[in-house]
Ligand binder design. Structure first.
Ligand code: TRP
Length: 347
């Protein structure tokens, strides 16, 4: 069986370092591993509209931003198909057919949908489109017969629900769809990088994100004001690592070989941590090191992005071509689905 990846992001803002360590970096590694037959990376604009129906400009303006982030991080349009969800209208058609196989109570139980409903303050006025987006996500995945879906932990319920839809479809109609497997980040710190304020979630509205495209000076400021250990007042005081954002970021970004260049008094992260917990190591020193570590990773990405930004039509062209290819593949699956459902009257 072919090994196929599908994943994507909602274009509601530029991508931040949490997206980078949690998924983008991994995607690039998977792409370059050569182990996959096909890789589809989707900009989920239709899904973004399920809770931004009144703000189409926001979604529109972020299509090229997300594509720029993708390509500057190393996703290569020659190897991965980058496409826009709404262009592939077959996905909407699949969603409609799959929705017959899902109950309202099952959707209500989806933990991610549940928490998003309360987060957005929808209470009982939940848009139907939003409520049913797990079904549309099942369409995204199955249209490409994806075997592997690399996502963050919060997307686990979506993949579980997709698997249920696949089993239900295949047993009700015919063995057409493929059950996908989830691929989670392998490093605990990368699972969910906290905001710079130490809050669990990075979000634009909280102003606690470091974006991939932030100017170095802004990144420096954000790091210097990062949440650490509030009881670590004097340098001599012993510091805590737990909940200390600077160390969480180091866990996600620092490699031991970076010490030689940026902080040669230490040979590895464990040594730095030991010194911090013993006392005698100031926050500013650790923050300066984190800045160096982060910029080592981000500088080449930012340089590529600056180049790519000069030609947005070329970026849109890449998305257009990818979308046409994705549409062909989805149309093929839709044909098989309709045949299995016996609604292929004019074949
Ligand atoms: N829900 C994902 C997010 O919030 C985006 C997405 C849409 C997706 N369809 C998908 C991810 C299919 C993986 C597979 O970013």
């Amino acid at each position: 069986m072919k090994k196929i990846i599908l994943t994507g992001d909602r274009p509601t803002g530029k991508l931040h370092v949490g997206h980078y360590v949690g998924s983008l970096k991994r995607r690039v590694e998977l792409q370059n591993s050569g182990e996959y037959d096909d890789i589809y990376i989707m900009i989920a604009d239709a899904q973004a509209l399920t809770d931004n129906a009144d703000n189409p400009e926001k979604v529109r303006s972020n299509i090229s931003e997300v594509a720029l982030d993708y390509i500057s991080c190393g996703l290569n349009p020659e190897k991965s198909t980058l496409f826009v969800q709404s262009y592939v209208s077959e996905l909407t058609e699949l969603t409609f057919y799959y929705s017959n196989l899902v109950t309202v109570s099952r959707l209500k139980r989806n933990p991610t949908v549940k928490s998003e409903i309360s987060l957005r303050g929808f209470h009982s006025s939940i848009p139907v489109g939003f409520f049913t987006y797990p079904i549309s996500q099942a369409a995204d995945i199955t249209a490409f017969k994806a075997t592997t879906v690399p996502v963050g932990e919060d997307q686990l319920p979506m993949i579980e629900q997709t698997r249920e839809i696949v089993r239900s479809f295949n047993s009700t109609y015919d063995e057409v769809l493929v059950e996908p497997n989830v691929l989670l980040p392998d490093n605990q710190a990368c699972m969910r990088l906290p905001g710079t304020d130490g809050k669990a979630k990075m979000s634009k509205s909280l102003g606690n994100c470091i974006y991939l495209s932030d100017e170095p000076e802004d990144i420096r400021k954000k790091i210097m004001s990062m949440y650490t250990d509030p009881d670590h007042i004097r340098i001599e005081d012993p510091g805590k690592l737990e909940g200390n954002t600077v160390f969480t970021y180091l866990d996600a970004f620092c490699r031991d070989d970076m010490f030689a260049e940026y902080l040669p008094e230490y040979s590895c992260l464990q040594e730095l941590k030991d010194h911090y917990t013993r006392g005698g190591l100031g926050d500013v020193k650790v923050k300066k090191f984190l800045y160096a570590v982060l910029m080592e990773e981000l500088s080449p990405i930012q340089a590529r992005r600056k180049e790519l930004e000069k030609d947005i039509p070329a970026i849109m062209d890449i998305l257009h071509q990818g979308s046409r290819k994705a549409k062909e593949v989805a149309a093929q699956t839709l044909e098989e689905v309709k045949k299995a459902m016996k609604i292929n009257y004019f074949d």
